[in-house]
Write a protein that binds this ligand. Structure first.
Ligand code: E4P
Length: 219
């Protein structure tokens, strides 16, 4: 399973990259705004800075919502760096644009997926990734994990190569459950990824090992 970090914060991206487990980055306009990145050129420079840190898979989201504008913006983003994945919203013109990008070999991430039908459409259009938003479904008392399971079944039934990129992850248990259900990728905040490290028995076990070692060494 691939691990992406869901942030536009360069320090957090560096920290995850330094752990040696990072396969990519997802951003969105809200995450860019949270880092205070505004203005077209600053946004572009920020994508370039992210590409300099990670090995591959940097999702850059288009702001446009019409086919012609999505194509123009997406092609410009894709031209920045071969690591760029053009992130396109699940709307009718977005699906059409994904088909266009796919025919030109431009990688895409279809975002804001909340139903299996939307994922199926994006896969048919040739999306590289679909991003079902787990946490936002959980937030409205709908089980996001069931959506992952349904998309996995549909993609496997027909051999779609589109990868399931589980998004809107809230914590480590979401990541583990996505892995159990066969999601190809998770994108999560650094805190959720770091949460996978934690277990009290690991901490107490290590403390005992170190104490016993020190005692045996006469320290
Ligand atoms: C996906 O690519 C989105 O950036 C993200 O996962 C949305 O998560 P949120 O619901 O925490 O905003």
């Amino acid at each position: 399973m691939k691990f992406f970090i869901d942030t536009a914060n360069l320090d957090q991206i560096r920290e995850a990259q330094d752990m040696g487990i990072l396969d990519g980055v997802t951003t969105n306009p809200s995450l860019m705004a949270k880092e205070g990145i505004t203005g077209d050129q600053n946004v572009i420079n920020h994508y370039k800075a992210i590409c300099d840190i990670v090995d591959d898979n940097v999702s850059a989201e288009v702001i446009a919502t019409t086919f012609a504008e999505i194509v123009k913006e997406g092609e410009a983003l894709a031209a920045l760096n071969p690591k760029i994945v053009v992130k396109v919203p699940m709307i009718k013109d977005g699906v059409k644009a994904i088909k266009h990008f796919s025919s030109k070999g431009i990688k895409t991430n279809c975002t804001l997926i909340f139903s299996a039908g939307q994922a199926l459409l994006a896969a048919k259009a040739g999306a590289t990734y679909v991003s079902p938003f787990l946490g936002r479904l959980d937030d409205i008392s709908s089980d996001g994990l069931i959506l992952i399971e349904d998309i996995r079944t549909i993609f496997d039934n027909y051999g779609y190569e589109t990868q399931i990129l589980a998004a809107s992850i809230r914590g480590p248990l979401h990541i583990v459950n996505c892995a159990k259900l066969g999601a190809d990728v998770i994108t999560a905040p650094l805190a959720a990824i770091a949460g996978l490290l934690k277990h009290p028995l690991t901490d107490s076990g290590l403390a005992t090992f170190l104490a016993d070692h020190a005692k045996a060494a006469g320290k």
